[in-house]
Write a protein that binds this ligand. Structure first.
Ligand SMILES: *Cc1c(COP(=O)(O)O)cnc(C)c1O
Length: 221
């Protein structure tokens, strides 16, 4: 087995084990394989090993490699996990199946307009800046539930989940707990939380999907 395929299996085994330890079903926890910075040649073995859900953080980078891969494998589901600019809404709606980073009114409006125009309805998550970090994308946790309501009522967007990236230097547990609490308040079912370093913790706090890059593809430059 190639490295990435072996790594994928190891990550799947760890997800199953964390699910078992927390009395959850492994099938209830999705794995988004984060392929940012890796090219199609590095991604193909992971597809071959059965993975179908992938995440990218830049629209332009994803446009360069995913249309061809999606043509080869129409059942691939591509998630945008990086910040979205409203001038990229058109390209993003055309390419992605799920967008996890809706975090402000302007983006919500731009996505709603593009979705109507293109007749495509990617599934949407709202990103929450649980650590209130100045440089990080995501809505203020205190405004998250009302923002979800505005997305639904004003823009007609079906928000299916919340996503967070805890501060690097903090214990992630309280951030995952906060995201879970906001999701309950906002009436949102899905929780995208947990990366290579902390996905087992995220599963303990209720993650319904984890976003794992380096543990599958190896270290990025
Ligand atoms: C890069 C990235 C990941 C994956 O990070 P790893 O530590 O490599 O698993 C997950 N989520 C987001 C938003 C990312 O940008």
């Amino acid at each position: 087995m190639l490295d990435a395929a072996r790594n994928l299996k190891a990550v799947r085994d760890r997800i199953a084990e964390a699910a078992r330890e927390n009395g959850r079903a492994a099938e209830d926890i999705g794995l988004v394989a984060v392929s940012k910075t890796f090219d199609a040649e590095a991604i193909r073995p992971v597809i071959k090993a059965g993975q179908r859900v992938f995440g990218e953080n830049r629209v332009q980078e994803a446009q360069a490699k995913w249309p061809a891969l999606k043509e080869e494998h129409p059942d691939i589901e591509l998630h945008l996990i990086g910040p979205l600019q409203s001038n990229k809404a058109k390209d993003a709606v055309a390419l992605f199946d799920v967008m996890q980073t809706v975090d402000r009114e302007k983006i919500a409006g731009a996505l709603a307009a593009e979705m109507a125009k293109q007749g495509r309805r990617p599934r949407l998550y709202v990103q929450v800046n649980t650590g209130l970090e100045g440089q990080k994308a995501g809505i203020d946790p205190r405004e998250a539930a009302s923002f979800v309501a505005r997305c639904r009522e004003t823009h007609g967007l079906g928000i299916e989940g919340l996503m967070c990236i805890p501060p690097l230097d903090e214990n992630p547990g309280p951030h995952f707990a906060l995201l879970e609490k906001i999701a309950r308040e906002a009436g949102v079912a899905k929780l995208s939380m947990g990366m290579s370093a902390d996905f087992e913790t995220a599963i303990a706090f209720g993650a319904t999907s984890v976003r794992v890059g380096s543990a599958i593809f190896g270290a990025r430059d």
